[in-house]
Design a protein around this ligand. Structure first.
Ligand code: FE2
Ligand code: FE2
Length: 380
Protein backbone atom coordinates (compact mmCIF):
# COMPACT_ATOMS: atom_id res chain seq x y z
CA UNK A 1 0.00 0.00 0.00
CA UNK A 2 1.41 3.43 -0.84
CA UNK A 3 1.74 5.95 1.96
CA UNK A 4 -0.98 8.56 1.75
CA UNK A 5 -0.93 11.98 3.36
CA UNK A 6 -2.44 12.54 6.79
CA UNK A 7 -4.92 15.34 7.48
CA UNK A 8 -2.13 17.10 9.32
CA UNK A 9 0.01 17.08 6.17
CA UNK A 10 -2.85 18.08 3.91
CA UNK A 11 -4.55 20.84 5.87
CA UNK A 12 -2.32 21.50 8.92
CA UNK A 13 -4.85 20.13 11.41
CA UNK A 14 -6.40 16.80 12.38
CA UNK A 15 -10.04 17.79 12.04
CA UNK A 16 -11.26 19.49 8.86
CA UNK A 17 -14.07 21.16 10.79
CA UNK A 18 -12.06 22.60 13.73
CA UNK A 19 -13.26 26.22 13.93
CA UNK A 20 -10.58 27.35 16.41
CA UNK A 21 -7.76 26.04 14.25
CA UNK A 22 -9.22 27.71 11.15
CA UNK A 23 -9.34 31.10 12.87
CA UNK A 24 -5.87 30.77 14.43
CA UNK A 25 -4.04 30.93 11.07
CA UNK A 26 -2.26 34.31 10.80
CA UNK A 27 -2.58 36.41 7.63
CA UNK A 28 0.77 37.12 5.93
CA UNK A 29 -0.76 39.47 3.33
CA UNK A 30 -1.75 42.25 5.72
CA UNK A 31 0.42 45.29 4.97
CA UNK A 32 2.26 43.59 2.07
CA UNK A 33 2.63 45.44 -1.24
CA UNK A 34 3.82 42.34 -3.14
CA UNK A 35 4.14 38.62 -2.36
CA UNK A 36 6.58 36.39 -4.17
CA UNK A 37 5.84 32.67 -4.68
CA UNK A 38 8.30 30.19 -6.22
CA UNK A 39 6.81 28.57 -9.32
CA UNK A 40 7.67 24.88 -9.04
CA UNK A 41 6.99 23.77 -12.61
CA UNK A 42 9.11 23.47 -15.76
CA UNK A 43 8.10 25.32 -18.90
CA UNK A 44 7.45 23.05 -21.83
CA UNK A 45 7.85 23.55 -25.58
CA UNK A 46 5.90 21.30 -27.90
CA UNK A 47 7.03 20.68 -31.47
CA UNK A 48 3.65 19.31 -32.49
CA UNK A 49 1.83 22.33 -33.94
CA UNK A 50 -1.19 20.52 -35.36
CA UNK A 51 -4.09 22.85 -34.58
CA UNK A 52 -7.31 21.06 -33.68
CA UNK A 53 -5.71 17.76 -32.65
CA UNK A 54 -7.94 18.20 -29.59
CA UNK A 55 -11.25 19.33 -31.15
CA UNK A 56 -12.94 20.24 -27.86
CA UNK A 57 -10.13 22.62 -26.91
CA UNK A 58 -9.95 24.01 -30.43
CA UNK A 59 -13.68 24.78 -30.39
CA UNK A 60 -13.28 26.53 -27.05
CA UNK A 61 -10.37 28.59 -28.41
CA UNK A 62 -12.35 29.70 -31.46
CA UNK A 63 -15.28 30.58 -29.22
CA UNK A 64 -13.02 32.59 -26.91
CA UNK A 65 -11.57 34.64 -29.78
CA UNK A 66 -15.09 35.77 -30.70
CA UNK A 67 -16.23 36.44 -27.14
CA UNK A 68 -13.85 39.20 -26.06
CA UNK A 69 -15.36 42.29 -24.45
CA UNK A 70 -13.95 45.54 -23.15
CA UNK A 71 -14.36 46.43 -19.49
CA UNK A 72 -13.86 50.12 -20.23
CA UNK A 73 -16.59 50.47 -22.83
CA UNK A 74 -19.03 47.57 -22.44
CA UNK A 75 -19.98 48.28 -18.81
CA UNK A 76 -21.96 51.37 -17.80
CA UNK A 77 -19.62 52.95 -15.26
CA UNK A 78 -21.89 56.02 -14.99
CA UNK A 79 -24.25 54.02 -12.73
CA UNK A 80 -24.07 55.22 -9.09
CA UNK A 81 -23.79 52.55 -6.42
CA UNK A 82 -25.45 53.17 -3.05
CA UNK A 83 -23.74 50.73 -0.67
CA UNK A 84 -26.02 51.61 2.24
CA UNK A 85 -29.12 50.88 0.22
CA UNK A 86 -27.62 47.56 -0.90
CA UNK A 87 -26.84 46.60 2.72
CA UNK A 88 -30.39 47.46 3.80
CA UNK A 89 -31.78 45.54 0.83
CA UNK A 90 -29.74 42.46 1.81
CA UNK A 91 -30.16 42.42 5.57
CA UNK A 92 -32.66 45.11 6.73
CA UNK A 93 -31.95 48.41 8.51
CA UNK A 94 -31.73 47.14 12.11
CA UNK A 95 -29.73 44.32 13.71
CA UNK A 96 -31.56 41.04 13.33
CA UNK A 97 -29.60 38.61 15.49
CA UNK A 98 -32.54 36.25 15.73
CA UNK A 99 -32.38 35.71 11.96
CA UNK A 100 -28.72 34.79 12.42
CA UNK A 101 -29.66 32.44 15.23
CA UNK A 102 -27.36 34.30 17.60
CA UNK A 103 -27.54 35.80 21.10
CA UNK A 104 -25.01 38.67 21.07
CA UNK A 105 -24.99 39.20 24.89
CA UNK A 106 -21.45 39.74 26.14
CA UNK A 107 -19.82 40.07 22.70
CA UNK A 108 -20.18 43.84 22.37
CA UNK A 109 -22.57 43.36 19.46
CA UNK A 110 -25.55 43.77 21.77
CA UNK A 111 -24.74 47.51 21.64
CA UNK A 112 -24.94 47.63 17.85
CA UNK A 113 -27.61 49.87 16.37
CA UNK A 114 -28.61 50.52 12.82
CA UNK A 115 -25.38 52.42 12.05
CA UNK A 116 -23.04 49.52 12.94
CA UNK A 117 -25.32 46.97 11.37
CA UNK A 118 -25.39 48.78 8.03
CA UNK A 119 -21.62 49.38 8.18
CA UNK A 120 -21.15 45.64 8.68
CA UNK A 121 -23.16 45.03 5.50
CA UNK A 122 -21.00 47.54 3.64
CA UNK A 123 -17.83 45.85 4.90
CA UNK A 124 -19.20 42.50 3.71
CA UNK A 125 -19.51 43.98 0.21
CA UNK A 126 -15.97 45.40 0.34
CA UNK A 127 -14.60 42.10 1.65
CA UNK A 128 -16.26 39.80 -0.81
CA UNK A 129 -15.44 41.91 -3.88
CA UNK A 130 -11.83 42.21 -2.64
CA UNK A 131 -11.54 38.43 -2.41
CA UNK A 132 -12.96 38.04 -5.91
CA UNK A 133 -10.44 40.59 -7.22
CA UNK A 134 -7.51 38.76 -5.58
CA UNK A 135 -8.86 35.43 -6.84
CA UNK A 136 -8.96 36.87 -10.36
CA UNK A 137 -5.30 37.84 -10.07
CA UNK A 138 -4.61 34.28 -8.91
CA UNK A 139 -6.37 33.07 -12.07
CA UNK A 140 -4.31 35.44 -14.21
CA UNK A 141 -1.06 34.06 -12.79
CA UNK A 142 -2.17 30.41 -12.86
CA UNK A 143 -3.35 30.61 -16.46
CA UNK A 144 -0.09 32.21 -17.56
CA UNK A 145 1.56 29.22 -15.83
CA UNK A 146 -0.59 26.83 -17.88
CA UNK A 147 0.53 28.53 -21.11
CA UNK A 148 4.09 27.66 -20.06
CA UNK A 149 3.61 24.17 -18.69
CA UNK A 150 0.89 22.32 -20.63
CA UNK A 151 2.35 20.10 -23.38
CA UNK A 152 -0.55 20.48 -25.89
CA UNK A 153 -0.63 23.28 -28.48
CA UNK A 154 -4.45 23.57 -28.45
CA UNK A 155 -4.31 24.06 -24.67
CA UNK A 156 -1.55 26.68 -24.90
CA UNK A 157 -3.67 28.57 -27.44
CA UNK A 158 -6.80 28.41 -25.32
CA UNK A 159 -4.98 29.31 -22.10
CA UNK A 160 -3.57 32.43 -23.76
CA UNK A 161 -7.13 33.69 -24.34
CA UNK A 162 -7.90 33.00 -20.70
CA UNK A 163 -4.93 35.14 -19.65
CA UNK A 164 -6.58 38.06 -21.46
CA UNK A 165 -9.95 37.24 -19.90
CA UNK A 166 -8.45 37.22 -16.39
CA UNK A 167 -6.66 40.53 -16.93
CA UNK A 168 -10.03 42.01 -17.84
CA UNK A 169 -11.64 40.48 -14.74
CA UNK A 170 -8.99 41.87 -12.39
CA UNK A 171 -9.40 45.24 -14.10
CA UNK A 172 -13.20 45.43 -13.72
CA UNK A 173 -13.28 44.17 -10.13
CA UNK A 174 -10.53 46.63 -9.13
CA UNK A 175 -12.35 49.51 -10.81
CA UNK A 176 -15.64 48.57 -9.15
CA UNK A 177 -13.95 48.42 -5.73
CA UNK A 178 -12.06 51.67 -6.20
CA UNK A 179 -14.78 53.80 -7.71
CA UNK A 180 -18.05 52.30 -6.39
CA UNK A 181 -17.27 50.65 -3.03
CA UNK A 182 -15.41 51.97 -0.01
CA UNK A 183 -12.26 50.05 0.83
CA UNK A 184 -10.07 47.04 0.10
CA UNK A 185 -9.31 43.96 2.19
CA UNK A 186 -6.08 41.98 1.89
CA UNK A 187 -6.16 38.48 0.42
CA UNK A 188 -7.78 36.03 2.84
CA UNK A 189 -5.17 33.74 4.39
CA UNK A 190 -6.93 30.48 3.40
CA UNK A 191 -7.48 31.53 -0.20
CA UNK A 192 -3.85 32.66 -0.24
CA UNK A 193 -2.57 29.28 0.97
CA UNK A 194 -4.49 27.61 -1.83
CA UNK A 195 -3.22 29.99 -4.54
CA UNK A 196 0.35 29.58 -3.33
CA UNK A 197 0.02 25.76 -3.33
CA UNK A 198 -1.26 25.81 -6.90
CA UNK A 199 1.59 28.01 -8.13
CA UNK A 200 4.19 26.06 -6.19
CA UNK A 201 3.19 22.61 -7.47
CA UNK A 202 5.48 21.07 -10.11
CA UNK A 203 2.79 19.03 -11.92
CA UNK A 204 1.11 20.94 -14.76
CA UNK A 205 -2.29 19.36 -14.29
CA UNK A 206 -2.48 20.52 -10.65
CA UNK A 207 -2.78 24.11 -11.86
CA UNK A 208 -5.92 23.14 -13.74
CA UNK A 209 -7.32 21.16 -10.82
CA UNK A 210 -6.69 23.92 -8.29
CA UNK A 211 -7.70 26.85 -10.48
CA UNK A 212 -10.11 25.78 -13.26
CA UNK A 213 -11.94 23.07 -11.32
CA UNK A 214 -11.84 24.26 -7.69
CA UNK A 215 -11.35 28.06 -7.55
CA UNK A 216 -13.21 28.88 -10.75
CA UNK A 217 -15.89 26.25 -10.09
CA UNK A 218 -16.66 28.01 -6.81
CA UNK A 219 -16.45 31.45 -8.44
CA UNK A 220 -18.92 30.48 -11.15
CA UNK A 221 -21.47 29.37 -8.55
CA UNK A 222 -20.81 32.42 -6.34
CA UNK A 223 -21.09 34.88 -9.25
CA UNK A 224 -24.36 33.21 -10.25
CA UNK A 225 -25.88 33.74 -6.80
CA UNK A 226 -24.61 37.28 -6.55
CA UNK A 227 -25.86 38.06 -10.05
CA UNK A 228 -29.35 36.85 -9.19
CA UNK A 229 -29.50 38.64 -5.82
CA UNK A 230 -27.80 42.02 -6.21
CA UNK A 231 -30.04 45.07 -6.67
CA UNK A 232 -27.10 46.96 -8.25
CA UNK A 233 -27.47 47.04 -12.06
CA UNK A 234 -23.75 47.72 -12.59
CA UNK A 235 -22.61 44.73 -10.53
CA UNK A 236 -25.23 42.59 -12.24
CA UNK A 237 -23.88 43.61 -15.65
CA UNK A 238 -20.26 43.14 -14.58
CA UNK A 239 -20.96 39.64 -13.22
CA UNK A 240 -22.91 38.65 -16.32
CA UNK A 241 -19.93 39.50 -18.53
CA UNK A 242 -17.44 37.78 -16.22
CA UNK A 243 -19.60 34.63 -16.01
CA UNK A 244 -19.72 34.31 -19.80
CA UNK A 245 -15.90 33.88 -19.68
CA UNK A 246 -15.78 31.91 -16.45
CA UNK A 247 -17.99 29.08 -17.72
CA UNK A 248 -15.51 28.58 -20.60
CA UNK A 249 -12.62 28.47 -18.14
CA UNK A 250 -14.21 25.71 -16.08
CA UNK A 251 -14.98 23.78 -19.29
CA UNK A 252 -11.30 24.13 -20.25
CA UNK A 253 -10.37 22.43 -16.98
CA UNK A 254 -12.87 19.59 -17.35
CA UNK A 255 -11.96 18.91 -21.01
CA UNK A 256 -8.20 18.91 -20.41
CA UNK A 257 -8.20 16.85 -17.22
CA UNK A 258 -10.68 14.29 -18.52
CA UNK A 259 -8.15 13.33 -21.16
CA UNK A 260 -5.15 13.42 -18.85
CA UNK A 261 -6.71 11.60 -15.89
CA UNK A 262 -7.74 8.68 -18.10
CA UNK A 263 -4.04 7.72 -18.22
CA UNK A 264 -3.14 8.14 -14.56
CA UNK A 265 -2.47 5.30 -12.12
CA UNK A 266 -4.54 4.82 -8.96
CA UNK A 267 -1.76 6.31 -6.85
CA UNK A 268 -1.56 9.40 -9.07
CA UNK A 269 -5.34 9.81 -8.97
CA UNK A 270 -5.25 9.60 -5.18
CA UNK A 271 -2.79 12.51 -5.14
CA UNK A 272 -5.29 14.53 -7.21
CA UNK A 273 -8.07 13.61 -4.80
CA UNK A 274 -5.99 14.83 -1.89
CA UNK A 275 -5.26 18.09 -3.68
CA UNK A 276 -8.97 18.60 -4.44
CA UNK A 277 -9.87 17.98 -0.79
CA UNK A 278 -7.26 20.42 0.47
CA UNK A 279 -8.50 23.04 -2.00
CA UNK A 280 -12.13 22.52 -0.95
CA UNK A 281 -11.26 22.95 2.73
CA UNK A 282 -9.26 26.14 2.06
CA UNK A 283 -12.08 27.68 0.06
CA UNK A 284 -14.67 26.78 2.65
CA UNK A 285 -12.51 28.14 5.49
CA UNK A 286 -12.16 31.51 3.80
CA UNK A 287 -15.93 31.95 3.80
CA UNK A 288 -15.94 32.63 7.55
CA UNK A 289 -14.95 36.23 6.65
CA UNK A 290 -13.03 36.64 9.92
CA UNK A 291 -11.54 39.94 8.67
CA UNK A 292 -14.90 41.71 8.57
CA UNK A 293 -15.60 41.06 12.25
CA UNK A 294 -12.07 42.18 13.10
CA UNK A 295 -12.49 45.42 11.20
CA UNK A 296 -15.81 46.05 12.97
CA UNK A 297 -14.01 45.76 16.32
CA UNK A 298 -15.66 42.46 17.27
CA UNK A 299 -13.91 39.29 18.47
CA UNK A 300 -14.35 36.94 15.48
CA UNK A 301 -14.04 33.79 17.57
CA UNK A 302 -16.72 34.85 20.05
CA UNK A 303 -19.08 35.93 17.29
CA UNK A 304 -18.53 33.14 14.78
CA UNK A 305 -18.60 30.39 17.41
CA UNK A 306 -21.64 32.05 18.99
CA UNK A 307 -23.44 31.88 15.66
CA UNK A 308 -22.36 28.43 14.63
CA UNK A 309 -21.64 26.57 17.85
CA UNK A 310 -19.15 23.98 16.70
CA UNK A 311 -21.10 23.53 13.47
CA UNK A 312 -19.36 24.64 10.32
CA UNK A 313 -22.25 23.65 8.09
CA UNK A 314 -23.97 26.52 6.35
CA UNK A 315 -26.47 25.61 3.60
CA UNK A 316 -25.83 28.76 1.57
CA UNK A 317 -22.07 28.27 1.62
CA UNK A 318 -22.45 24.60 0.73
CA UNK A 319 -24.31 25.68 -2.41
CA UNK A 320 -21.08 27.26 -3.63
CA UNK A 321 -19.82 23.71 -4.25
CA UNK A 322 -22.65 23.01 -6.70
CA UNK A 323 -20.29 23.12 -9.71
CA UNK A 324 -17.19 21.62 -8.10
CA UNK A 325 -18.67 18.32 -6.98
CA UNK A 326 -20.26 17.27 -10.33
CA UNK A 327 -17.08 18.29 -12.17
CA UNK A 328 -14.94 16.18 -9.81
CA UNK A 329 -17.35 13.30 -10.42
CA UNK A 330 -17.04 13.72 -14.18
CA UNK A 331 -13.25 13.50 -13.84
CA UNK A 332 -13.52 10.25 -11.89
CA UNK A 333 -12.15 11.84 -8.72
CA UNK A 334 -15.07 11.05 -6.43
CA UNK A 335 -14.85 7.29 -6.73
CA UNK A 336 -11.16 6.59 -7.35
CA UNK A 337 -9.22 5.07 -4.46
CA UNK A 338 -12.24 3.42 -2.84
CA UNK A 339 -14.32 6.62 -2.92
CA UNK A 340 -11.86 8.57 -0.78
CA UNK A 341 -12.93 11.99 -2.05
CA UNK A 342 -16.62 11.06 -1.84
CA UNK A 343 -16.05 10.39 1.88
CA UNK A 344 -14.22 13.72 2.34
CA UNK A 345 -16.93 15.69 0.51
CA UNK A 346 -19.47 13.95 2.75
CA UNK A 347 -17.48 15.05 5.79
CA UNK A 348 -17.57 18.72 4.75
CA UNK A 349 -21.24 18.49 3.76
CA UNK A 350 -21.15 19.00 -0.03
CA UNK A 351 -21.65 15.54 -1.57
CA UNK A 352 -25.34 16.26 -2.27
CA UNK A 353 -24.42 18.09 -5.51
CA UNK A 354 -22.77 15.15 -7.24
CA UNK A 355 -25.54 14.69 -9.83
CA UNK A 356 -26.05 18.37 -10.63
CA UNK A 357 -25.08 19.65 -14.09
CA UNK A 358 -21.35 19.53 -14.79
CA UNK A 359 -19.65 22.29 -16.75
CA UNK A 360 -18.07 20.47 -19.72
CA UNK A 361 -20.73 21.62 -22.19
CA UNK A 362 -22.62 24.15 -20.09
CA UNK A 363 -20.51 27.11 -21.20
CA UNK A 364 -22.62 27.75 -24.31
CA UNK A 365 -25.58 28.52 -22.06
CA UNK A 366 -23.55 31.24 -20.30
CA UNK A 367 -22.74 33.12 -23.51
CA UNK A 368 -23.75 36.78 -23.57
CA UNK A 369 -27.32 37.20 -24.78
CA UNK A 370 -28.40 33.76 -23.51
CA UNK A 371 -30.68 33.28 -20.54
CA UNK A 372 -28.57 31.94 -17.65
CA UNK A 373 -29.25 28.34 -16.63
CA UNK A 374 -31.03 27.83 -13.29
CA UNK A 375 -28.57 27.61 -10.40
CA UNK A 376 -29.68 24.14 -9.34
CA UNK A 377 -30.15 22.55 -12.76
CA UNK A 378 -29.83 18.76 -12.66
CA UNK A 379 -27.83 17.03 -15.32
CA UNK A 380 -29.89 15.52 -18.14
FE1 FE2 B 1 -11.87 35.28 -13.95
FE1 FE2 C 1 -11.59 32.49 -14.93
Amino acid sequence: MPEYSSYQELIDRDNANDLDAIMDVPNPYIGATTTSVADGADSMFTWDYEKGARPGLNKLYEKAKNSQWNGETDLDWSIDVDQEAIAVFAQGAEPDWAAMNFDPTGTGLEKWGSKEWIQWGIEQQNWSLSQFMHGEQGALICTAKIVETVPWIDAKYYASTQVMDEARHVEVFARYLDTKLSGHYPLNTHLGMLLEDIIHDSRWDMTYLGMQIMVEGLALAAFGFMHSMTPDPLLKQLLRYVMSDEARHVAFGVLSLKEYYAELTDVELRERQEFAFEAAVRMRDRLLAVEVWERMGADPKAVIKGMRGDQLEDPFQQMLFAKIVPNCKKLGLLDASGGWLRDRFTEIGVIQFEDWADTEEEYAAFALGEELPEAGAQSA
